[in-house]
Design a protein around this ligand. Structure first.
Ligand SMILES: [Zn+2]
Ligand SMILES: [Zn+2]
Length: 340
């Protein structure tokens, strides 16, 4: 079968590899769609730990083609989404219920072969069913939505809350939708790209800001700003220095900052510890999707999340390596690799 292989830092190519077989507790899944993620680009550039050679792709869904002898609850022909993050279940973090911090975490598409291929092997405990009538491309959004759900859970948004979302990529635009569903009544999204601002307003943002055209701090929290004094919750969804630094200044006293965006390892940012202390900010990292994949799949199956507008284009496996090796095109939100 064809698979997009990361062979080392800066080296990615489509290769012909053997079709994998399902072990006793595995499903063999024929990929319907697999999303290209910023993390794939970080992996390509050596900015996120991984172990090449490996087939990339951790945001996938597809149809069960074969099942191992020990599998129950799934049948050939089922549509499934895979939670790529496999926790060991036996380290101190797993025992404490914090599976995303597992010492021995192995992610499909990062440390073992993933979904930029015709088939993927999915352990049954990582598989979640999707409706047969769901659009085949929508299941690929369960993983990013699950990550956003974890951020929402940490933020503890209550009805009437004010929220700022920094970054207009797929994580930012899913977070806007979840904040709306959680009852936030002010949702401000900041991104430089006009098309993404327009999309955010369609998806539930009550206001958008172009941080390259104004002083975002003044525009949002200034005396005559959108939310004078700051917002209850800031979601950092861009993973760049500027937005990490802005996030703490946009939160109101006693507010919460949730860092969801994946930044390159080693990136530095500045903040004033006095601000953290004096304004008693709650600054939280939100990593991966612990126990949120089922809810993400149910939300997507319910139609409560707008997915089609987030899909910029479909590409083939043949085109995928070039997409990952290059920065996203302006305005692009999510590119899906669709094998056939
Ligand atoms: Zn991802
Ligand atoms: Zn563990």
């Amino acid at each position: 079968m064809k698979a997009v292989r990361l062979e080392g830092v800066g080296s990615i190519a489509l290769r012909e590899v053997g079709k994998p077989a399902a072990g006793p507790d595995d499903l063999l899944v024929r990929i319907e769609a697999c999303g290209v993620c910023g993390t794939d680009r970080h992996l390509f550039h050596g900015e996120f730990p991984c172990t090449p050679p490996v087939t990339l792709g951790h945001e996938f869904s597809g149809i069960v083609e074969a099942i191992g002898t020990g599998v129950s609850g799934f049948s050939v022909g089922d549509r499934v989404t895979g939670d790529p993050n496999i926790a060991c279940g036996s380290c101190p973090h797993c025992h404490a219920g914090r599976i995303n911090l597992c010492h021995n975490l192995i992610a499909i598409g990062i440390r073992r072969d993933g979904g930029f291929a015709e088939y993927v092997v999915l352990p049954q405990k990582q598989a979640f069913s999707l409706p047969k009538d769901l659009k085949p491309t929508h299941g690929a959004f369960c993983e990013p939505l699950g990550c956003c759900l974890h951020g929402l859970d940490l933020a503890q948004i209550r009805p009437g809350s004010s929220v700022a979302v920094l970054g207009g990529g797929v994580i930012g635009l899913l977070t806007v939708q979840l904040a709306r569903l959680a009852g936030a009544t002010t949702i401000i999204l900041s991104t430089r790209q006009a098309s993404r601002r327009a999309l955010a307003e369609e998806l539930g943002a009550t206001a958008t800001v172009d941080p390259s055209a104004c002083d975002i701090i003044d525009t949002v929290v200034g005396a005559s700003g959108l939310m004078p004094g700051g917002v209850n919750v800031v979601f950092e969804c861009a993973g760049v220095r500027e937005t990490v630094e802005q996030s703490m200044r946009l939160a109101k006293a006693g507010g919460t900052v949730v860092v969801v965006g994946v930044m390159p390892q080693g990136m530095k940012a500045e903040f004033e510890p006095f601000d953290l202390l004096f304004r008693e900010l709650r600054v939280l990292g939100s990593f991966l999707n612990p126990f949120t994949h089922r809810r993400a799949a149910d939300l997507i199956a319910s139609g409560a999340i707008e997915i089609d507008k987030l899909i910029s284009r479909h590409v083939t496996l043949e085109e995928a390596a070039a997409v990952i090796a290059n920065p996203p095109a302006p305005g692009e939100v999510k590119v899906l690799v669709v094998p056939r």
